[in-house]
Design a protein. Sequence first.
Length: 255
Amino acid sequence: MTVDIDSGVQSRPRFPLKIFGLLLFASVFASFTTILYGVTVADQAVSLLEVLLVAGLLSAIVTAPLAGLGLWSRRKQDIEDSSFARLLVQDELLLSLCLAIALGIVCGIFVVLSDKAFYSFLPTAIRDVELPGSLSGMLAAFGAGVNEEIWFRLGILTGLVGLGRWLLKQTHTTAGLFWIANIVSALLFGAAHLPQFALMADGLSSTVIGVVLFQNGVVGLIFGWLYWQRGLLVAILAHITADIVIHVVVPAFLG
């Protein structure tokens, strides 16, 4: 009788380096568009080479660790990632994409309406901010959608679920654990938007902090649910759609 000594080693798939590389490539491109958006808003003259270098540095410092954490944690949790397509969309492609667009529109409308509701409580500098044109808005939507979903959903949300399972010694992810992790990652997602509001308003009031965390926390919960149930691309598409509503559609037709 023989024993296959390699069976235990081969039972768990190796770290998906190809998927990791594709995510980094997408992040560099997304960072490139985001930086171009910032340069356009600030009306600064910067060479494309400088933009590309900064985009690469951002992806190396932020995206690489978080994407690596997410992929490693998914492997530890035995989440099926046999291909890049499987990570992006788990099943029912058409339904998933339609759901992403529909919920993205809902999220965009929610942010616009909540802006109106809290308008009088916000500092003048934030109320009077002018959104750039449609091209810049599209760049901002794409860059934020790709990078922030890799960071906060693939990286942080997946990592928090894995940490929770390890601490609680769970063999599977319970609904309670997922929602706790999703709430924490959504709040971190909201907190990541605070610095840009601090720059616009020359500081942060408790009202601004509350509004930013509330708006981004709500949509972050939806993006997190889409990522966990449908796949990374579905969350990315919903995020991009929401930002297009906010930065392109509303300024073009209601601005």
